[in-house]
Write a protein that binds this ligand. Structure first.
Ligand SMILES: Cc1cc2nc3c(=O)[nH]c(=O)nc-3n(C[C@H](O)[C@H](O)[C@H](O)COP(=O)(O)OP(=O)(O)OC[C@H]3O[C@@H](n4cnc5c(N)ncnc54)[C@H](O)[C@@H]3O)c2cc1C
Length: 508
């Protein structure tokens, strides 16, 4: 039987597992990278952010991986890798819809919110076509010397105590294969191979957000920008073309994402998905995903118009409907294993936190392994990694759950979402200026003052399921503005800008 013996086994060759394998090779570890699938394959989770780009840039520089650098900005990416599909992302845009009514824009932009991140396309963030980027990074891992084992089923995970090691019984192309490793990293995301194998219990009781999703890839979706103009929307006020963004359409107890790749031409590829508050819309298996999707389009005439000619692409070729999206485990590390962030837990696609969170986790884990491999202190470093991951997951949950609770009251949603932008821009600034600590926790999750501010905002949030007076909404806006003051470096909560924020990210 064939046996492969390495320092570290990485399970899952998505972008996170592949990048981890690349960096492990750079710090001198031998690596096996195992995936049950074969690239290129469909994957969801596509919208990057300034934080993601900063961390990726720093990893590329610190570990001398120049081929990763172009992936940090749209302009560089398109020049260096024209065959790797991506989309331009200038920021976040939100549009609040009333059921059974066409979208009604106003000159005050009362139902629109645009928050710019970058000043131009060249320096902007990107939407990642995951089938392309994951395949690219997996290829880079192989070039860096990782043993890449695709289409490999892990049949059994065993541990031997003397010496401390992992023994993975696998099957590849019908043949048995044994992979031995001293350390195991689980990057299988939702599959959670290691926590399932070790019998670790779910920690979902800690999670407030309750959502599920229906999504796919499409072509022939109309530009929202053009539809807005038809509806007399004043798109000339927008700080960036609103389709060049992570676009959010807020609905009753749900929201719809729209991400466009390459450009916004009518026949171009779009990722779109509905995220539903499961407390309000529990999954009903007797209704097909297609019927459920269509029901939502039928309720919102302007969304229906945007999708009137939409066609599913070959990959994945169908609507994918999930069960509850949230997950979280009661243990995230052991002496000789660790879960990457997307395996450790997941909250929701709102705020596009997944890619950036994964990169922050990879950065910390690689640093710990690099500095403490073969040392007693590795265990302590792993515990710190775990504590930070929990703090980050808690904070993301708090930021997202409050947004779900305020769906239907756009002013409250807009004010609450300022917490996310305050956290993101403070983190960016700390990182760019190397303020306080070397590796800040993602979104300032370890900053007690920020967490207190979030808690205070949540406590003061009006109950959006009731009729909230204009006075209460106004007061909430003022409360948020006051509470985020120490974290507001970019002019958030400014009534004068009429929901059109033109700030730019800290320079990279
Ligand atoms: C609906 C949805 C929308 C999202 N939108 C965004 C977004 O807009 N922006 C953002 O930043 N994040 C988003 N995310 C989060 C994002 O998907 C994750 O952060 C990202 O996918 C993490 O990448 P990964 O490589 O860790 O895991 P994954 O992409 O989940 O990759 C896991 C890999 O493990 C492999 N695998 C699975 N089981 C096994 C097994 N038994 N053995 C071996 N290999 C296995 C799979 O084949 C796959 O290659 C979203 C998530 C969801 C669910």
């Amino acid at each position: 039987m064939k046996t492969i013996d390495v320092d570290v086994v990485v399970l899952g060759s998505g972008f996170a597992g592949s990048l981890t394998a690349i960096l492990l090779r750079r710090i001198g570890r031998s690596v096996a990278l195992i995936d049950k699938a074969r690239h290129p394959r469909f994957a969801i989770g596509e919208s990057s952010t300034p934080i993601a780009n900063m961390v990726l840039r720093d990893l590329a520089v610190r570990y001398d991986r120049p081929r990763l650098l172009p992936l940090c900005k749209y302009g560089l990416w398109r020049n260096a890798y024209p065959d790797l599909t991506c989309g331009v992302k200038r920021g976040f845009s939100y549009f609040n819809h009333e059921a059974e009514t066409p979208f009604q824009p106003s000159s005050a932009h009362h139902n629109e919110l645009l928050v710019a991140a970058s000043a131009d396309d060249e320096h902007s963030d990107t939407q990642w076509l995951r089938s392309d980027i994951d395949a690219f990074l997996c290829g880079e891992a192989a070039d860096a010397g990782a043993v890449v084992l695709d289409e490999t089923n892990v049949l059994k995970l065993e541990r031997s105590r003397k010496p401390l090691s992992w023994r993975l019984q696998c099957q590849r192309s019908g043949e048995a294969l044994v992979v031995l490793g001293n350390f195991l990293i689980d990057a299988t995301g939702e599959a959670g191979v290691v926590p399932h194998s070790l019998g670790i219990e779910s920690d979902l009781g800690q999670v407030q957000t309750h959502s599920r999703a229906i999504f796919s890839h499409f072509t022939r979706i109309h530009d929202w920008n053009n539809l807005l103009r038809e509806l007399s929307g004043q798109t000339e006020d927008h700080p960036f073309p609103c389709d060049h963004a992570a676009q959010h359409h807020l609905l009753d107890g749900a929201w719809l994402w729209m991400l466009r790749f390459q450009n916004s031409r009518f026949d171009q590829l779009c990722s779109a998905g509905l995220v539903l508050d499961e407390r309000k819309y529990p999954l009903d298996d007797t209704i097909t995903p297609e019927a459920e999707w269509q029901t939502w389009l039928n309720r919102y005439p302007s969304i229906a118009r945007m999708f009137e000619k939409a066609e599913l692409t070959d990959s994945p070729g169908q609507l994918i409907r999930t069960r509850r999206l949230q997950r979280r485990w009661q243990q995230l590390v052991g002496r000789d294993w660790a879960l990457l962030p997307h395996t450790a837990g997941f909250v929701d696609p709102l705020h596009s936190s997944g890619i950036a969170h994964s990169l922050c986790g990879i950065e910390r884990l690689i640093r710990a392994i690099d500095e403490a491999w073969d040392s007693e202190s590795l265990a302590q470093r792993l515990l710190e990694y775990e504590q930070t991951l929990y703090a980050e997951l808690d904070l993301i949950d708090e930021l997202v759950a409050g947004c779900f609770d305020s769906l239907g009251q756009f002013d409250i949603f807009g004010a609450y979402s300022m917490l996310y932008f305050a956290a993101a821009t403070t983190y960016e600034r700390q990182r760019a200026e190397k303020i306080r600590i070397d590796l800040p926790a993602f979104l300032c999750a370890n900053d007690d003052r920020f967490r207190d501010a979030v808690k205070a905002v949540r406590d003061r949030m009006p109950n959006a399921s009731e009729n909230v007076s204009a006075q209460a909404t106004n007061q909430f806006f003022k409360d948020v503005a006051e509470l985020i003051t120490p974290f507001n470096h970019v002019g958030l909560c400014d009534r004068a800008v009429r929901n059109m924020y033109r700030y730019t990210v800290a320079p990279m």
